[in-house]
Write a protein that binds this ligand. Sequence first.
Ligand code: FES
Ligand SMILES: [Fe+2]
Length: 347
Amino acid sequence: MRLPEDFWYPVLQSREVGRKPRRFERLGQHLVFWRTRDRQPHAHLDRCPHLGAALSGGSICDDRLVCPFHGFEFDAGGQCRHIPALGRQGGVPKGMAVRTFPVREIDGLIWLWWGKERAEYPAVPQFPLLAEGWRHGTIAVDWPVHYTRAIENQLDVAHLAFVHRTTIGAGGRSFVEGPHVEADFQGIRVWVTNSRDEGRVARSPEQLREAAADRRPSLSFLFPGIWLLNIAPRLQQFVAFVPINERKTRYYLRVYHRHRNLLVAKIFEAMIGLSNRFILNQDRRVVVTQTPADSADAHDDRPIGADRAILEFRRLHAALLARGGSSNQAGAEHGRDGCRSDVSPGG
Ligand code: FES
Ligand SMILES: [Fe+2]
């Protein structure tokens, strides 16, 4: 699938990755995730380089991922370290390695590097809320849509009065002023006011810019796919958009709050989680009907001024695809030069 390259993608919640190897579909790939004894997470293509079996069906032995088919053992860097059929004194053929992706674990999420291998990687894109003492609860929701449509839905400031008429869009506030949008290759910041249409002329872009100067953005988006909605001084919503394949996107939807009492926090998170599921379902009903599936192909759309944030997303996303190419061949390929002669026998 087409994806901007050279980014950290949020792919999983920390709690989904344990010591046992587990298969997940992410970024159009079947991947296997596991942890070494030091709790570090690791990710590889879920395909043994020997005869193509899924490594996720195997086991972990002494911090090595063991293929269930012929017992080849791979270290966390993807190098094959032992081939039982060749014996303890036998070597390991050059190039016997499984494709391995750099991963990071930050704020309860696992991030996977999609792009070229580097000596040093940039920082993971983040809204530094946990460092500021916010707490959170997270739910996961899968949508049968391309990730571009899922992201654009959360940058769309003109749909609330219609799609969410019975919930967050109640009150008929269909008139959109702005949005004022600032956008660059890091992300998109959106300031917007929704009100009832009382025949007023919308404020000029200059007035909107001035009004935005002393306010935090209503919405913030960071490439390749995290989003923050500033609801109230003590309440924010976060989404990590996770491309699964061309037809499926996962939302990790997280409420950030300031409740200190653990019980109150858990009840609050559960209630917001339920309400979020309901509201998101209202979006889903419409977004699944959008054509074409990938907004990069939506050349016949006729956007209006209120769609400015969506247009900025399309512009920057297209530039990122053009910059990095796009393919399933991308991804760091550690250890492609095969096992060294100092490979320790046995294990
Ligand atoms: S297919 Fe994995 S060891 Fe043979
Ligand atoms: Fe919505």
